[in-house]
Design a protein. Sequence first.
Length: 204
Amino acid sequence: MRTATRLAIGTILAAALLAAAVVVGPAFGKGSKPPKPPKPGKALACGSAVSSGDYSKVTVASGDTCTLSGTVTAKDVSVAEGGTLSATGVSISGGLKASGAAALTLCKTSIGKDLKVESTTGAAAIGSAAACGAGGGNTITGGASLHGNSGTLDFSDNSVGGDLKVAGDTGTTTVDNNTVTGGASCSKGTTASGNTVSGTNKGC
């Protein structure tokens, strides 16, 4: 009697385990897809200091000062005319564009696509040792375009995956100790030295 009872209980437990396995199944069944990675968070209109967060886009409006640091990540960053941006250690998966910014400082920041800085009226320090300290250069996967800036511009110690183009600046522009995978061109009046350019180097 006891043996029969034990056998019956064992049969019930085995059936229950089998049913649970069928219900749960593999992590991703036939025809199913793994979950997509989370999308970047919502857009940020930045006019203060921000040290964390994942954003789809960061915009700096005219008259605003935005300071990004810490664990901030963003898909794209743009600075409007009269805006001021300072970014240290930030990860940007897309591009960064500053058009007519009052001032711009970029240190130890990675940019997944292109960097475009045009018509800056104040100081622009991009990887500058004076502004960022030693080892403060930025990593730009795409190209870097610096055009028509009237303030003091220091572009130094950066890594550029595409082309570097410097043209039309009317202020003091310094381009030093950068590593450029593509070609580089610097307009007359640019102070340039110590740059390593894999492609054609015109004036840099």
